[in-house]
Design a protein around this ligand. Sequence first.
Ligand code: FE2
Ligand code: FE2
Length: 210
Amino acid sequence: MIENDSFFGKRAYFTKRKILGTICDKIYEKAKLYLDTRQNDIHVSIVYAFAHQLLSYYPEADEDIVLPSILLHDVGWRMVPEEKQLDAFGPIVKDSETQLLHETEGARIAEEILHSLNYSEEKTREILTIIDGHDSRQEALSLNDALVKDADKLWRYTPTGVNIDHIRFGIEQNSYLDWLGAMIDKWFLTSEAREMAREELGKARLESRQ
Ligand SMILES: [Fe+2]
Ligand SMILES: [Fe+2]
């Protein structure tokens, strides 16, 4: 019985994903105008792939919430001058006001984009709540929120994320990899994301030795 439930859950997920693909394309078309800073174009495309993977483990999550939240979560960085960005994220956040600004501006821009596409008002509310607090709020408000938070952080563990981040934070690569390893249990909210983080970290370590 449980197997049947999960089978139908997965089938529903893939059928719906096809239809949702078109609206996500439209959201991304508008979001990408704001992603040409802080390597956010690369960040968001990697995080989007992780979100799909996490959604496949949780058919009860709402991809109509999770996927638009992912595409739009970091659009607010576009409103932060590049010279101010580096103090507002990473291992040491010196400027938490700017960190909050990228979240509130992100929610504002996301609202404009979703309204322009006549996206469901109820779902828009939840998406904006997730975006406004995606970095500063440690706890998840819902399963949808947890999947967005976990997908976002998984980026840090990918070979691409490690290469970009350790250079911009000015941390030697091996020390950075060790620090990431030590943060897995603290940061991730789902066991699947923890496992994925370990896997990505393994790839990043291998790549760093080549
Ligand atoms: Fe962010
Ligand atoms: Fe992000």
